[in-house]
Design a binder for this molecule. Structure first.
Ligand code: HEC
Length: 98
């Protein structure tokens, strides 16, 4: 939960373009960011979208579903997957929002 406090501090420092002061997580005020942070911040800190390409994110997110299953964590719904992938791919290394 400590990362969440850090995230809230970062969010409070957001610039007008919706990026945090350090540019770590784009659009921290959006609904899909909230879905992403909850879905991908449970076992480790949520990753930066720029870490992978759009294609790689599909594979990483599928692998994370397997980690959830192995640990008995509820699988992400189709709607949650769409929000998470939309966010990650938009700001991916080769994403159209970068
Ligand atoms: C149930 C626990 C769990 C959840 C929830 C989870 N992860 Fe992971 N994640 C792991 C584990 C375990 C590893 C290390 C092993 C691996 O890389 O598969 C990892 C590693 C990673 C890595 C580093 C390895 C790489 O391929 O770059 C990334 C990025 C990542 N996770 C992204 C995500 C995203 C995106 C989500 C949300 C969709 C997510 N994780 C949710 C357990 C989880």
């Amino acid at each position: 939960m400590r990362w969440l406090a850090a995230l809230l501090v970062l969010t409070a420092c957001s610039g007008a373009d919706g990026r945090s002061a350090r540019g770590d997580w784009p659009e921290p005020q959006s609904a899909r960011f909230a879905t992403f942070a909850a879905a991908c911040g449970r076992c480790h800190a949520p990753p930066r979208p720029s870490l992978h390409t759009q294609k790689e994110w599909v594979q990483v997110v599928a692998r994370m579903q397997r980690h959830r299953a192995e640990r008995g964590v509820r699988l992400l719904s189709k709607a949650e997957l769409a929000a998470v992938l939309g966010y990650l791919q938009g700001y991916a290394r080769d994403g159209r929002l970068r």
